[in-house]
Design a protein around this ligand. Sequence first.
Ligand code: PXP
Length: 237
Amino acid sequence: MPTLGVNIDHIATLRQARRGKDPDPIAAAIIAELAGADGITVHLREDRRHIQERDVRLLRQTIQSRLNLEMAATPEMVAIALDVKPDYITLVPERREEITTEGGLNVKAQGDRLSKFVNQLQGAGIPVSLFVDPEAVQIQACAKTGAKFIELHTGTYANAKNEVELKLELEKLTTSGALAIELGLRLNSGHGLTYRNTRAIAQIEGMEELNIGHSIISRAVLVGLDQAIREMKALIS
Ligand code: PXP
């Protein structure tokens, strides 16, 4: 049974809509932990559109579960990460104009560059996860970097338009998960997971953590954060 990392970026999106103080992601993280979240995930983006550095630092001091910092592989972000020391880091590709992370890292093409970041961060005692599409070449390249984890990108699965596509994408995720484990990588997944499509992903052999944000925060607006998290926890167990 995988654990649940609750991504609270969109609590900060709502706050940044007015550049004010409410709602505070720190308060949300505390409620999330009380409701059973096993970890809190935030993406500190270069453009600071939602989560701010202040949030990451306060979360580090406040939460009692795991802090997963999603970030681009850049010297600026590495400096922040080495200072804050999250429990683990997920490296993601980042484009300023994208609405959300659009695809996995191209580890195959950028292996040498990424290995340097992985070594630097893991050398400081922070395990690194690489966010990748469910493709064998990418997973093999991840293993070569020395990263401890991968996070399989479930976005294409989440966007499947019919049962045939859904089945195909689920097969890709299952096969990729098995390959990752065979290569000694630990396995997480995330992106686009909802109350409807998460159960199948939770059942993939060896899945350790699911990182879920938008669907939980969207449901929280209607039913409350505590209930939204409890429902997702129940579903993945
Ligand atoms: N995992 C990664 C690497 C992400 O970039 C995101 C989005 O920030 C998520 C998981 C969560 O995706 P969603 O908000 O669609 O649940």
